[in-house]
Design a protein around this ligand. Structure first.
Ligand code: CAA
Length: 261
C-alpha cells in the first residue's frame, strides 16, 4: 500500500495480512524508518478484528541483510545509548497475533534476529541465516545471542556469533531454528506461509492469542509457574463462546463456526 515507503502490505486472504519488506536496493537492510513502519503495520493489524494472522517476508534474494550498516557506521556510544538504539525492535514482542516469517535468501544479523522474533519460521531452500556482526567489530544487538542460545543451544549459538558463519536452510532446520524448509520454486515459501496463516486465522482468535501467549511464557518463567499459567489461561477459555462452539461442533460432528467471542 502507498501508506509505507519501505513495506508493501496486502491481504492474500481476507483474514491474513502479508507484509513484504521493500527496500530491494539495500537487500532490505533494516534502517530505523523501515522498522518504525514495520512496528506500525503490525500494531495496526493487531488492532484490526478482520485479521487473524500475519506473514512477514522479504524478497527472493533477501529476507533482510541486517541492520543498516551505513546508518550505524558513524554512530557514537553516547548516541546509541541515549537514544536507546534498536530498543524499539522489541515492540514486535508485544504483538498478540501470530506472525509467520517466510524467509528466502539472506537473513543476516538483524534479519536473522527479525525472523527469530516471529512466532513461526518457514524457509525456502535458498534461505541463509547468520549473525555476521563479529566481522563488523560488534555483536548481535537485536536479541540474536539470547534467542539463538535458547533455541539452538550454546555450542551452535557460540559458533554462529563468534565465527559469523552463515548456515543453510537445511542446517537451520536440523538445528531446530525453523519449522521446516518448503519445496523449491519462486514464491513457494510465501504461499505456504499464507496457507498456514489462513489455517490459524480461521480458528478461534481468542484461543490463538492464548496459545501464543502461553508458549511465549515458557521463555520467561519456571516450569512450575508456566504450567500454572497455562492451566489458568486454559480455565479462562471456558468463559468464551468459541469454547462452547468448538466443543459442541465436535460432539455434533460438524465444522465449528468461531465468532471470536
Ligand atoms: N546495511 C546497509 N546496506 C546493506 C546491507 C546492510 N546490512 N546489506 C547489504 N547492503 C547494501 C550494500 O551495501 C549494497 O549497496 P550498494 O549497491 O549501494 O553498494 C546493496 O545492499 C547490495 O549488497 P551487495 O552488493 O553487498 O550484494 P551481494 O549479493 O554482493 O552480497 C550480502 C550480499 C552477502 C548479504 C552482503 O550484502 C552483506 O554481507 N551484507 C551485510 C550483512 C551483515 O553484515 N549484516 C549484519 C549487519 S549488523 C546488524 O544487523 C546488527 C544487529 O544485530 C542488529
Amino acid at each position: 500500500s502507498s501508506k509505507y515507503e519501505y513495506l508493501i502490505t496486502s491481504k492474500p486472504e481476507p483474514n491474513v495480512l502479508l507484509i513484504q519488506l521493500n527496500r530491494p536496493k539495500a537487500l532490505n537492510a533494516l534502517c530505523s524508518p523501515l522498522f518504525k513502519e514495520l512496528n506500525q503495520a503490525m500494531k495496526d493489524a493487531d488492532g484490526d478484528g478482520s485479521i487473524g494472522a500475519m506473514v512477514l517476508t522479504g524478497s527472493e534474494k533477501a529476507f533482510a541483510a541486517g541492520a543498516d550498516i551505513k546508518e550505524m557506521k558513524d554512530k557514537q556510544f553516547a548516541d546509541v545509548y541515549k537514544n536507546r538504539f534498536l530498543e524499539d525492535w522489541a515492540e514486535m514482542a508485544r504483538i498478540s497475533k501470530p506472525i509467520i516469517a517466510a524467509v528466502s535468501g539472506y537473513a543476516l544479523g538483524g534479519g536473522c534476529e527479525l525472523a527469530l522474533m516471529c512466532d513461526i519460521i518457514l524457509a525456502s531452500p535458498t534461505a541463509k541465516f547468520g549473525q555476521p556482526e563479529i566481522n563488523l567489530g560488534v555483536i548481535p544487538g537485536g536479541g540474536g545471542s539470547q534467542r539463538l542460545t535458547r533455541i539452538i543451544g550454546k555450542s551452535r549459538a557460540m559458533e554462529m556469533v563468534l565465527t559469523g558463519r552463515t548456515i543453510t536452510a537445511e542446517e537451520a532446520d536440523k538445528w531446530g531454528m525453523i519449522s521446516r524448509v518448503v519445496g523449491q520454486g519462486e514464491g513457494q515459501v510465501v504461499k505456504d506461509a499464507v496457507a498456514m496463516a489462513k489455517e490459524i486465522a480461521d480458528k478461534s482468535q481468542i484461543a490463538v492469542h492464548a496459545g501464543k501467549e502461553v508458549v511465549n511464557e515458557a521463555y520467561e518463567t519456571t516450569m512450575a509457574e508456566g504450567l500454572k499459567y497455562e492451566r489458568r489461561i486454559f480455565h479462562g477459555l471456558f468463559a468464551t463462546n468459541d469454547q462452547k462452539e468448538g466443543m459442541a461442533a465436535f460432539a455434533e460432528k460438524r465444522k465449528a463456526n468461531f465468532t471470536h467471542t
